[in-house]
Design a protein around this ligand. Structure first.
Ligand SMILES: C[S@@+](CC[C@H](N)C(=O)[O-])C[C@H]1O[C@@H](n2cnc3c(N)ncnc32)[C@H](O)[C@@H]1O
Length: 214
């Protein structure tokens, strides 16, 4: 596991992915019933863009920095910018912190991160949120164990680093691909899968898929 998201935090793919995440969360919040978010590859949750890693690539300059002049925006983009700006200047929130900040008291977040150093930081970042838990471990295995949530409503965010040679096979076995394991466990919700498509300029594609009740 060499991948560290700090090198890419706040880049254009993060911006697209995180605006989509905010849009899905706001859709789920249209009902009062609580829901669960499972973030299978969570990262450290909060990135300081002045750190050596983001400075080394400068990727945030082509992402979040390009939105700096937008004073106000409607809908998901506006809500996303509010969350980012709440984190402070030169700081960029990862998917678990964005979700934690937008959840209501009746909603839950389980954020899973395999790298122990990243997971330790994530645990501190999510500590103020009483309805969020951090787990250190394998997101593919844990997400299946975490469903169905009590609410039977949920969102699974799968955002792997695509380092492993069999990552696509693991994805195919995960909910966005085959989905049999999750479907059998009766989760009615959405799956948001971020996929690196080798032949495209856009390095991350996000989509959501309605998850039918069996
Ligand atoms: C693309 S980053 C996640 C970024 C995060 N979703 C965000 O949007 O802020 C992928 C993360 O997955 C972690 N990771 C790698 N393999 C994993 C696995 N099998 N289970 C859980 N986390 C894993 C890496 O350490 C890395 O922090």
């Amino acid at each position: 596991m060499n991948y560290r998201h700090g090198y890419h935090a706040g880049n254009f793919a993060d911006v697209v992915k995180h605006v989509v995440l905010v849009a899905i969360l706001s859709h789920l919040k249209k009902k009062d019933t609580g829901f669960s978010v499972i973030d299978s590859h969570a990262g450290r949750g909060l990135y300081d863009l002045r750190d050596a890693a983001p400075q080394a690539t400068g990727e945030a300059q082509g992402g979040i920095a390009r939105l700096a002049d937008i004073a106000a925006a409607d809908g998901a983009l506006g809500a996303y910018l509010d969350v980012v700006r709440e984190c402070g200047s030169q700081r960029y929130p990862g998917s678990p912190l964005i979700a934690a900040k937008l959840l209501r008291p009746q909603d839950r977040l389980a954020a899973i991160e395999k790298h122990p150093d990243e997971a330790a930081i994530l645990m501190d970042v999510l500590a103020p949120f009483r309805n969020a838990v951090t787990e250190t471990g394998d997101g593919y295995g844990r997400m299946v164990k975490l469903v169905p949530p009590p609410s039977r409503r949920g969102l699974i965010v799968i955002d792997p680093p695509f380092e492993a040679v069999d990552e696509f096979e693991m994805l195919a076995r995960a909910p966005g691909g085959g989905g049999a394991q999750i479907r059998q466990r009766d989760l009615s919700g959405l799956v948001s899968l971020s996929r690196k498509a080798p032949s495209t300029v856009l390095s991350a594609k996000c989509w959501q898929r309605a998850w039918p009740r069996p």
